[in-house]
Design a binder for this molecule. Structure first.
Ligand code: NAD
Ligand code: MG
Length: 397
């Protein structure tokens, strides 16, 4: 292993086979490949062929599949390469504890929390795409990263934009942050139109190409709801400082408003590689081959107030922020279960928010988490209750 200022950074990528993971490997190549990054561990789920191909291409030390049943297939695919192979949840957590300098947390859902926490506790810098970690564990997650000694660098485009628009030592002067939202494919639809849509229709995002959960979350605006809570924890804000504005072109990625009336924004084409590159090289910037903004071609930028009646997820996020405690974890877990039920055709599009709201209202008694165990308990209970409501709905139908 080389050491010194120009030594490659040791990088692990959790969720390498997903949309963010694939973009991360592209950025790694663009930034110099093995000259710039020594890949420690990569992980995926059942998509073993891609995981094995990635491990060989980037020269990873370890490839982990979260899916225990895929162990044999991954082992076969990597036999003779010298790349270590492991499977299952525990293996993923152990991989998180390996000595990487920076970890790309790009697993989808709460499944990413434990491996990311393991990396944070060991002191890695965390490039955080997996927003569910923050929504669910909030301050405890931020504290774990700080106590480990690493930095928490957002990858979510809105939060990267805010992070890039912050001024050193001026936290006290932040009046508000403004998260931009594309409005998704149903921005102009009525609730009646949305009621009957299938997951295939809902996943077609107008501007961004992303994984299934975040695409559906963009259509329901649950993704923005998660991002409101993510922002509160990342930037240590009061609930009333978090605003959302619909901006259909997705060019302004988000903004910070200061007490003197100034608003700083970060702009770019909708391409996650800019935020990924920034997180991997922070505080430096490196050249990336992504499309440049052409302002003349763009001609205009539009804005609209968000509609919390057609998109109740935004109202639920506001409620979760105001109630505090474990409501973020509860909203996130109930929504994850409702999302899977919607994708399986068991419930309608609009029922996702109904279910999250009912579970949140039922679980207001869960006060702020003192430990991660409290988070896992609330998460489990919210999943159980959401599952019960879905089963009742099916019986009634
Ligand atoms: P994706 O579905 O494309 O990929 C998810 C990754 O997680 C895959 O590698 C998959 O194998 C892995 N995975 C899935 N279930 C798992 C489990 N139970 N255990 C372990 N690994 C599992 O998702 P994505 O769009 O890349 O999103 C990843 C995260 O990044 C999400 O939290 C999302 O909200 C966030 N994010 C994504 C984008 C984007 O453009 N895709 C933008 C901002 C934030
Ligand atoms: Mg985002």
């Amino acid at each position: 292993m080389k050491t010194g200022p120009n030594a490659p950074r040791r990088l692990s990528i959790f969720g390498s086979t997903g949309s963010i993971g694939v973009n991360t490997l592209d950025v790694v190549t663009q930034l110099g490949g093995r000259e710039a990054f020594e890949v420690v561990a990569i992980s995926g789920n059942a998509n073993v062929a891609l995981l094995a191909e990635q491990a060989k291409a980037c020269g990873a030390e370890l490839a982990v599949t979260a899916d225990e049943a895929s162990y044999g297939a991954l082992k076969d695919a990597l036999s003779g390469t010298g790349i270590e192979v492991a499977a299952g949840r525990e293996a993923l957590i152990e991989a998180g504890a390996r000595d990487a300098d920076v970890v790309m947390a790009a697993i989808v859902g709460t499944a990413g929390l434990e491996p990311t926490l393991a990396a944070a506790r060991r002191g890695a810098d965390i490039a955080l795409a997996n927003k569910e970690c923050l929504v669910s564990a909030g301050e405890l997650f931020v504290k774990a990263v700080a106590e480990g000694g690493g930095q928490l660098i957002p990858v979510d485009s809105e939060h990267s934009a805010i992070f890039q628009s912050l001024e050193d030592g001026q936290h006290h002067a932040i009046e508000r942050i403004v998260l931009t939202a594309s409005g998704g494919p149903f921005r102009t639809w009525t609730r009646e139109q949305m009621a009957g849509v299938t997951a295939d229709v809902a996943r077609a995002h107008p501007n961004w190409s992303m994984g299934l959960k975040i695409s559906i979350g963009s259509a329901s605006m649950f993704n923005k709801a998660l991002e409101m809570i993510e922002a509160k924890h990342l930037f240590n804000l009061r609930p009333d400082q978090v605003e959302v504005i619909v901006h259909p072109q997705s060019v302004i990625h988000s903004m910070v408003g200061y007490v003197d009336g100034s608003v700083l924004a970060q702009l770019g084409c909708p391409d996650m590689r800019t935020a990924i590159g920034y997180a991997l090289t922070y505080p430096n910037r490196s050249k990336l081959d992504v499309e440049r903004l052409d302002f003349a071609k763009l001609a205009r930028l539009d804005f609209e107030a968000p509609d919390e009646v057609r998109f109740p997820a935004l109202r639920l996020a506001r409620t979760a922020l105001e109630r505090g405690g474990l409501q973020g974890a509860v909203m996130n877990a109930a929504e994850e279960i409702a999302f899977h039920a919607f994708c399986d055709g068991r419930i309608g599009f609009l029922e996702m928010a109904d279910i999250a709201e009912r579970v949140m209202d039922d679980m207001t008694g869960y006060k702020a988490a003192a430990t991660m165990e409290d988070v896992f308990a609330a998460d489990g209970e919210a999943r159980r209750r959401a599952g019960e409501i879905i089963a009742q709905k099916e019986m009634a139908a």
